[in-house]
Write a protein of this length. Structure first.
Length: 199
């Protein structure tokens, strides 16, 4: 059942995880299709949209939306896409998707609401870890399970800190793709991503 936009915005400001989960499930797919038209790469498009949602959750309390929520999301994704292309010195492909045509494409996801417990999430993540390449798995486990910093992992494995950072990036990208299939777990996974900041 659709949730009025005003209730979604209020729910975000009140850190309502179920409201955020609803917003993510409803708008993730069409936003990815929109981003794909700009960056022309499915993996990058998905990562950009995921980062936009992470940013919204991190800034949820001071969130100030003067336009419609759909327009706000569209502008955020568009800006992030263009910013990515500029950083990579790639040509910006102008898209003819207007706010109106985008809204017409906004189709609600029909996936059933997934109620995932903390224990189930841990199992999902553990399965994802087991699917990581051996080096990624080793470094991720040292960081997450033992709590070593990147510098300590580099010393322990006799590798460079840069290698540790690169492997952690690969691990998180692969885990994000694994967890993203479980809609209800997304908000919990954001917290896990945040926990790796500053290591």
């Amino acid at each position: 059942m659709p949730i009025p936009e005003e209730e979604i915005i209020l729910g975000l400001k009140n850190s309502n995880q179920s409201v955020f989960d609803h917003l993510f499930r409803e708008q993730y797919a069409p936003l990815c299709r929109y981003a794909l038209k700009i960056v022309r790469n499915n993996d990058i498009a998905e990562e950009i949209v995921q980062d936009v949602f992470v940013s919204i959750w991190n800034r949820r309390i001071e969130l100030n939306i003067e336009t419609s929520l759909n327009a706000y999301l569209l502008s955020s994704v568009k800006y992030s896409c263009y910013n990515h292309l500029r950083k990579k010195n790639l040509t910006i492909v102008d898209t003819d998707l207007t706010k109106e045509s985008f809204t017409e494409q906004f189709i609600s996801d029909t996936k059933a609401d997934s109620q995932i417990t903390q224990e189930e999430l841990q199992q999902i993540i553990q399965n994802g870890i087991h699917e990581l390449p051996e080096k990624c798995q080793q470094i991720f486990s040292l960081s997450r399970e033992i709590g070593l910093s990147n510098k300590e992992i580099a010393t322990e494995l006799d590798i460079s800190i840069k290698t540790v950072e690169n492997q952690m990036t690969i691990a998180l990208q692969k885990l994000r793709k694994h967890v993203i299939k479980y809609w209800g777990a997304f908000i919990l996974f954001i917290k896990i991503l945040e926990s790796f900041g500053g290591k």
